[in-house]
Design a protein around this ligand. Structure first.
Ligand code: G6P
Length: 371
């Protein structure tokens, strides 16, 4: 059994280490002659050109991967994208027709909420594209097009490698739409696939930060609350970090958009409260970095213990970081493939320090087939 777990106590720890491979395998075979290739394609090029709106539906970590998809798809294609929790989607009478593309993201392909969202979309004549990790499962069977993530079987109930594979696949969907419909950023879109191809090696480098992340986690194992802050693509990463901590360590955790701090959450800050901040690249989108920097300054001034995930060599952040976790430089949209990894390791380590089974958290199921 230890061998099956790659020498670890838990499958999840092995799955965290398999992430470079999960990303690489998800890219494999999805790009040929300069074009993104889907696994199943029952939509015509014209259908893709006719799309005028995108909905992304998913649950749990898959939903967080969908939030990331929005930043990429809107930027590359100028199509409006709404990201919905699958369990809310069909109950609020969403506006759907044959020029709507619904992207359904599911590791298992069997999640009841997501499947019912797909069925509702199809009833309303929308086109459905599935991003799924399980060949031949129900959601891809009912979809008009499929892009498989190739994370391999995921045993740990809390998603790790499937999440990174979903993020990767969602970007491929964005690129496929940009190619079919044209883009305002042809150079960026043309480079994006090779940027994605460089990510597995960078994820591997992030795995090397594990000992430092674990030390911080053990130090915080008895905290009652941890907050997570991010902006732009760092915001879904903050949500995912908080979800991992809830799922695995049964700890109160919340992710916030850093800009919302002043509209409420800053009232929660008290002496010693751990706050994990996902810093964007200082070389990335204008203003993002400096805004985050002033957010960290604000919470540190109010006594928070700041644990900062920042790009290597970003010295501006040092004075405000009680703990610093450095990750390699990456294009802004791709940074979540790196910044999520320390948060997974962090949650797993706290859970273990508290004596919990990280593969089978209480009350949770790997695939939820009831609504
Ligand atoms: C369960 C799992 C989560 C997962 C979610 C969606 O809640 O515990 O890890 O993110 O289902 O699962 P799916 O198979 O649809 O991606």
């Amino acid at each position: 059994a230890a061998a099956e777990k790659g020498g670890h106590d838990y499958f999840m720890l092995k799955e965290i280490e398999e992430q470079p491979q999960a990303v690489a395998d998800t890219l494999l075979g999805h790009f040929a002659d300069g074009k993104i290739v889907l696994d199943e394609q029952r939509l015509s090029e014209q259908d893709l050109r006719d799309v005028d709106k995108v909905f992304v539906v998913a649950c749990g970590s898959a939903y967080h991967s969908g939030l990331l998809a929005k930043y990429a798809i809107e930027h590359w294609t100028r199509l409006p994208v709404e990201v919905e929790l699958a369990s809310e989607f069909r109950y609020r009478d969403p506006v759907l027709d044959r020029s709507t593309l619904v992207v359904a993201i599911s590791q298992s392909g069997e999640t009841a909420d997501t499947l019912e969202a797909v069925r509702h979309a199809k009833d309303q004549k929308a086109r459905v594209l599935a991003v799924c990790n399980t060949n031949g499962s129900q959601i891809p069977r009912e979809a008009d097009a499929v892009l498989y993530t190739r994370a391999g079987p995921e045993i740990g109930v809390a998603s790790t490698k499937a999440f990174l594979a979903q993020v990767t696949a969602n970007y491929l969907v964005g690129l496929a739409l940009a190619q079919a419909r044209g883009t305002k950023y042809p150079d960026e879109v043309a480079h994006e696939f090779s940027d994605l191809e460089s990510m597995p090696a960078l994820v591997q480098r992030v795995l090397e930060t594990a000992p430092a992340v674990r030390a911080i986690a053990r130090d915080l194992a008895q905290s009652s609350t941890v907050l997570f802050l991010g902006r732009h693509v760092g915001y879904p990463v903050a949500l995912e970090g908080a979800l991992k901590l809830k799922e695995l360590a049964y700890m109160h955790a919340e992710g916030f958009a850093a800009g919302e701090l002043k509209h409420g959450p800053i009232a929660l800050i008290e002496d010693g409260l751990p706050v994990i901040v996902v810093m964007p690249s200082p070389k990335g989108r204008a203003m993002l970095h400096s805004k985050l920097l002033s957010n960290i300054r604000e919470i540190q001034a109010r006594g928070a213990r700041t644990i900062v995930i920042a790009e290597e060599g970003d010295d501006t952040v040092r004075p405000f970081a009680d703990d610093l976790i450095e990750i390699p430089a990456a294009p802004t949209l791709l940074q979540p493939l790196l910044s999520t990894v320390p948060l997974q390791i962090f949650a797993a380590e706290i859970a273990q320090a508290r004596g919990y089974d990280v593969d089978k958290p209480r009350n949770l199921a790997k695939s939820v087939t009831v609504e």
